[in-house]
Design a protein around this ligand. Sequence first.
Ligand code: DGY
Length: 388
Amino acid sequence: MGTMVVFPFKTERPEVVLRNIRVAAAHEAVSEVLCVGYEEESTYRAIADASPGIAKAARTPVTLRLQDRIGTRRPGKGDGMNTALRHFLDTPHDRLHFYDSDITTFDGSWITKAERGLDLGYDVVRHFFPRAATDAMITWLVTRTGFAILFPRSELPWIEQPLGGELALSRRAAKALAADHRVAERSDWGIDTMLAFSSVQDRMSILEVYVPQGKAHKLYGQLTDLKRMLVECFAAVRDLREETLEPGIVHHVEYPDVVPPSIAEKVGYDVEGTIQLLPEAWSERQMELLEYFPIPIRDGMVAARHRTTFSFLDECSWYDAFEVLLQHFDEADEDWADLLFHLWTVRVLAYTHEAALRGYSYALRYLHGMVFRYLYRAATGRVLRPGE
Ligand code: DGY
């Protein structure tokens, strides 16, 4: 009996990870902390050195191990989470929590809130938190957009942060997710998408708990930093296109709190650096692939190669572009990956200009409204525009 807390990690600031391990080990509900490392590098060694002391002081075992090779995609975070799922099922613990190891605002309340949700009998408790209006651009423009287009009548597009790595599972939920081969295969950034999908398809009950202090992490530089994550998250959504979901599961969301100025006023990425990147990494082949897209998108992208233009890729055009990508995108093809990245970059700039510049509360209302307009269009065929 008891709760196991897992921190998957790669190379992080050791002082941050160690602080988080200490917080988890000291929590009264926690019976074991498991750290799953990508490789034996400096962060791993720092944890190996410090964990016996932390375990002794807290009287809670702290286990450190490397991730197994489980999936079929790039070895990454998914292998780490799947290793933890299997490890957990070999223990007698009845609850499993995951937290990203680099959170600088992590404290015991993250664990307490999730525990309360599990006390109430939910299968899955997911954390959500305020994020800057220009942060979470894969979440909004890829994952929630894709869920709205593919599964408009399901609960999936209503999940606040489907890419969030902070969640807690009952043993039953962990067992079901570990048994899903599609989850096991996703060794890369696509794991979060697959966990969200599989839990909804399996009709697990879900509670989303709000963490008002947010999850502090560094500003992304130019959007290129996110390219790999973008491609893997898009591929994970695309692979779901033949799936079906029944509407209606138990899904409750805690009412959010006031957003701290540090988040409301934060700029999530380097806008100027990103604009300067647009003319880079084009190939003639990408120009050919643009033939699949409606003419205004194709012409707009051809122009974006040479001058700063992005407003053409508005909300409705992004839906059109997304449908083409769902049909034709090939993850193994570098030109498709580069083109997806170009399209998404232009869409992020367009969104920044049309919504984020109007302030945090406008932007967040816009994004939630956008998901609704997309699922409405997918379900009824009728196009709604912002404000309608
Ligand atoms: C997302 O979109 O949620 C990614 O974490 C990048 O911000």
